[in-house]
Design a protein around this ligand. Structure first.
Ligand SMILES: Nc1nc2c(c(=O)[nH]1)N[C@H]1C(S)=C(S)[C@@H](COP(=O)(O)O)O[C@H]1N2
Ligand SMILES: [Mo]
Length: 327
């Protein structure tokens, strides 16, 4: 969507001149140079449609100092896009890739409210306008003890929040995923235990941390739907469930948001959910993880690192906090 070249937008999608102009304006003003011709057309969404390229400011060696980049082996695109957790489409790891193509991601708007100077219902392209896209190569560690290395494309959340002008009362950021059972088959399942919408949240200092990213793409292309298109959170030092997908609402609050997994099983999933190999999940150890891709014969088991390897960058946020209590 936000990444389409004007020439790529089929006339059937151009519903009005104002939408057409808005898209064009986004592409020009955001500095989002489109290099469709220069990139291989290799990456396909699960339904066979090509993923549009994004031009991001790449990670540089200087950035690696602050954790923006890891030179660990990247998890291949096919694994990143086929092994997912996105319960709105089902609980099987293959369900999101199988069913998420049904999701309409254009147009997409994001409701901004609560403790901000600039509340409103923003078209995604307007929300991101003027902020350069950046590439970040992060480890992603699921609470279920598997992990990946993903090259994301997105904007730092602190830049977006600065645009929205948080008030002095803003202590937390709450994020909400779309509810659209007609396109999200997991939301109409009788077996679903989740009370939709999926909600996540961060403390303000976590949200403002330079590592915290709002992703719109991966592997240099727009996000596959199953990875949370068109707009999702990525917090690399926390368990994957904090990195909420397909966001339609951002609310700044004075009080701690009631988040989905914490509500569902408070003794198993905390609000903080910082990756911590010394605090086990009540039902399994968190000391090791399976790094994807792996197989029965090669489990690719590696040691889990404190704060998922981002201790140098984020430990100061939790100074003096009992991480066994605030898990
Ligand atoms: N809305 C929503 N966001 C979500 C989830 C979900 O079920 N619904 N699953 C979370 C979990 S548990 C993980 S591990 C990551 C997985 O992201 P990925 O599929 O892009 O690897 O998404 C997170 N974001
Ligand atoms: Mo997860």
């Amino acid at each position: 969507m936000l990444i389409k070249r004007t020439a790529d937008i089929p006339s059937s999608e151009i519903t009005s001149e104002s939408i057409y102009l808005r898209r064009r304006e986004f592409m020009v003003r955001s500095g989002l140079a489109l290099t469709a011709a220069a990139l291989p057309s290799g990456l396909l969404a699960e339904d066979g449609t090509p993923l549009r390229p994004l031009k991001a400011v790449s990670a540089t060696p200087a950035m690696s100092v602050s954790g923006f980049y890891t030179d660990e082996k990247k998890t291949p695109f096919d694994d990143v896009a086929r092994y997912n957790n996105f319960y709105e489409f089902g609980t099987d790891k293959g369900d999101p890739a199988r069913y998420a193509h049904a999701l309409t991601t254009d147009p997409w708007s994001v409701q901004v409210d609560g403790e901000v100077g600039k509340p409103g219902n923003y078209a995604l392209e307007d929300l991101l306008k003027g902020i350069d896209l950046e590439e970040r190569i992060y480890r992603l560690r699921c609470v279920e003890a598997w992990s990946m290395v993903v090259p994301w494309v997105g904007v730092p959340l602190h830049k977006l929040l600065a645009k929205l002008e948080p008030t002095s009362k803003a202590k937390y950021v709450e994020f909400t995923t779309l509810v659209r059972p007609s396109e999200m088959r997991g939301q109409k399942s009788r077996f679903s235990t989740i009370d939709w919408p999926y909600v996540e949240g961060l403390r303000m200092d976590e949200a403002m941390h330079p590592l915290t990213l709002m992703a719109v793409g991966l592997y240099g292309k727009e996000l596959p739907n199953q990875n949370g298109a068109p707009f999702r959170l990525v917090v690399p030092w926390k368990y994957g469930f904090k990195s909420i997908k397909s966001i339609v609402k951002i609310r700044l609050t004075e009080t701690q948001p009631k988040t989905t997994w914490q509500q569902l099983a408070p003794s198993e999933y905390g609000f903080y959910a910082n990756v911590n190999p010394t605090v086990d999940h009540p039902r399994w150890s968190q000391k090791y993880e399976r790094r994807l891709p792996n197989s029965l014969f090669d489990p690719n088991r590696i040691k889990t690192q404190m704060f998922n390897g981002y201790e140098a960058q984020v430990a100061s946020l939790y100074k003096g906090m009992n991480l066994r209590r605030y898990y």
